[in-house]
Design a protein around this ligand. Structure first.
Ligand code: UDP
Ligand code: MG
Length: 305
């Protein structure tokens, strides 16, 4: 994947790109655009807004085309079908021209008013500024799941992924270039943003309520994203097999001693001792084999990335 090249403008006036994935959000697109444009107009930098229509079927596609026709700082990208939120972010990143790139949701949950704060952190030298969500206004189940997810991920991840920081945030063009070039198919953007490094900081941003009660990312979509995050940024599940192998080994020793003792005392029936010893021995060998194979898989994964 190539990233568009552009000449570096004068440092006082730079370009900010805002990427918004859209999936059936027609009800709020004009309000969102108004709020965004009025916020970005107060910045001394110029801006572009990139809507990525992820296969909407409610007229969002036509709405963003109209917005793009009316204002040449607005661009529209259309997917041929619904590919998912993370794919839309990726498409936006590959086409953004900005010196800094803001990623936010298009359902009014991410407040455009936080962008100037992110921009000023960026101007002061931070290359990645992410929003730390305070006061999630979501269902108790979702809040508990998100709370647990971020903390589990942080505790087992090989990368320092901040808790309660979703997609909303700003990244410098250089960080974006590296993220775009990563060849992963299953992407978890907050993890990639941490993985890429540079100087990072978080600012607290209150997460607003969704404009309607129908999240476009379904619970099963969120679970699948959680799996991507856990398996892409942690090899702890694999390390469990070393623990299993170790425990199986202890069990094997114990069982072998016990069955041999019984056998020598004539308390065992024919075939019992040999059956148990063989089963526990090969159980241990299996777990060890999976752990070793996993080591190679993790190395291949890291090498590919
Ligand atoms: N979205 C998308 N494709 C999808 C699902 C969602 O582009 O398949 C967009 C959606 O329009 C919104 C953002 O991604 O702008 C976040 O979606 P949602 O609000 O459902 O996620 P949540 O805020 O619940 O994490
Ligand atoms: Mg949302």
């Amino acid at each position: 994947m190539t990233f568009p090249t552009r000449t570096q403008p004068a440092p006082h006036s730079r370009l900010i790109s805002v990427i918004l994935p859209v999936y059936n959000e027609v009800a709020v697109l004009s309000e969102l655009t108004e709020r965004l444009v009025s916020t970005l107009d107060t910045e001394r930098h110029s801006f572009e807004i990139i809507f990525v229509d992820d296969g909407s079927t409610d007229g969002s596609a036509e709405a963003i085309d109209t917005l793009a026709t009316d204002d040449d700082r607005i661009r529209a990208i259309h997917f041929s079908r619904n590919f998912g939120h993370q794919a839309a972010l990726h498409a936006g990143l590959t086409t953004a021209n900005g010196d800094a790139i803001v990623i936010m949701d298009s359902d009014l949950q991410d407040d455009p008013a936080a962008i100037p704060r992110m921009v000023s952190m960026w101007e002061s030298g931070f290359q990645v500024v992410y929003a730390i969500r305070t006061q999630r206004k979501e269902s108790p189940l979702k809040r508990v799941l998100f709370y647990a997810f971020y903390r589990i991920l942080r505790s087992i991840s090989r990368v320092d992924i901040p808790v309660d920081a979703g997609n909303f945030g700003l990244i410098d063009r250089r960080a974006a270039q590296h993220i775009v070039q990563l060849p992963e198919v299953s992407r978890f953007y907050p993890g990639l943003r941490s993985w890429v490094g540079f100087t990072q900081t978080g600012i607290e941003v209150e997460r607003a309520e969704r404009h309607d009660n129908t999240p476009r990312v379904t619970l099963s979509g969120l679970l699948s994203l959680a799996r991507t995050a856990l398996f892409s940024f942690s090899s702890t599940p694999l390390t469990l097999f070393y623990a299993v192998a170790f425990l199986s080994c202890l069990a094997c020793f114990g069982l072998t001693s016990f069955t041999l003792f019984q056998k020598l005392n004539g308390a065992a029936s024919t075939g019992w001792a040999s059956g148990l010893i063989t089963a526990s021995f090969f159980g241990t060998l299996n777990a060890l084999g999976i752990a070793i194979l996993g080591e190679y898989v993790v190395r291949i994964f890291d090498q590919v990335r």
